[in-house]
Design a binder for this molecule. Structure first.
Ligand code: NAD
Length: 257
């Protein structure tokens, strides 16, 4: 991929799963990667593994629900690397206490609604508002948010998650429209079911679930974190320099939008 070499890119929510795979792919492509995550233990482990493979990868602790923490993450990257070229806004709270308790609109506990949107939507706003001015100061940059098929499916459960992921696509299009002429590109990926740690743990309790989803898509297999990582890396690269304001479904043909 062209134009990732030596680019400074934050993967916000990059300790595990899809974000960790994005960090790996970006490092392979020669980017300087900063993994930001609330789970600093796993973020440090991921960064150390990728450094052992030859990547230039560091980890910083931050909490996406706290605006000062988001600002500090971006400021620290500027202080250490001198610029910011890319951002993968990936964090979401997929814990049993939040995603697992995200019910229908009648039953969802308001605390679960608030927590879901704080991490997966308001947190993405904090990242955009602190990253965009730094990117413009450096001549422009690219942002990719992680949305989900849940933004488009109309699921009977997980109302807060679906609303947050729909909101992320609107935020992404706003950024594209408002700052496109100043060199900011903004896009989103909408993964289908992807075999990350958190998903595999849930599948262990419902073994039939993965087979049902696999039967409902056009591909022969479910998604891997590396499938999402290649799309995110492409959208952050110069090969995607005329792509902005788009949502890419990376879902094995689950949704034909
Ligand atoms: N795995 C799937 O099937 C799937 C499908 C569609 C969309 N997605 C989306 O992909 C993204 C990654 O999901 P994943 O499956 O890799 O799960 P994951 O839990 O491994 O990744 C989420 C990351 O966000 C971090 N995070 C959570 N709260 C945070 C906070 N307050 N501050 C900073 N970081 C925080 C977590 O520590 C973790 O590293 C999420 O946005 C998820 O909604 C996943």
């Amino acid at each position: 991929m062209r134009g990732l070499q030596e680019k400074v890119i934050i993967v916000a929510g990059g300790a595990t799963g899809i974000g960790a795979a994005v960090a790996e792919r970006l490092a392979e492509e020669g980017a300087e990667v900063v993994i930001g995550d609330v789970n600093i233990t796993r973020a440090e482990q991921t960064a150390a593994t990728l450094r052992d493979l030859g990547g230039e990868v560091t980890a910083l602790e931050f909490d996406i629900t706290n605006e000062e923490s988001v600002r500090d993450l971006v400021e620290t990257v500027i202080t250490r690397h001198g610029r910011l070229d890319g951002l993968h806004a990936n964090a979401a709270d997929l814990s049993a206490a939040t995603f697992g308790a995200d019910d229908n609109a009648v039953n969802v506990p308001i605390a679960v609604w608030d927590r879901t949107l704080d991490v997966a939507l308001k947190g993405h706003l904090y990242l955009v508002r602190h990253a965009v001015p730094k990117m413009i100061a450096g001549g422009g940059g690219a942002i990719v948010h992680t949305s989900s098929t849940a933004a488009f499916m109309g699921e009977p459960l997980h109302v807060a998650y679906g609303v947050a992921k729909s909101g992320v696509t609107a935020l992404m299009r706003h950024t594209s429209a408002r700052w496109g002429k100043e060199g900011i590109r903004s896009n989103a990926v909408a993964p289908g079911l992807t075999r990350t740690e958190v998903v595999l743990a849930e599948a262990a309790e419902r073994p039939e679930w993965h087979e049902q989803v696999r039967d409902s898509i056009h591909a022969t297999r479910l998604g891997l974190p590396s499938d999402i990582a290649s799309a995110v890396s492409f959208l952050l690269s110069d090969d995607a320099s005329w792509i902005t304001g788009q949502v890419y479904s990376i879902d094995g043909g689950q949704l034909l939008r």
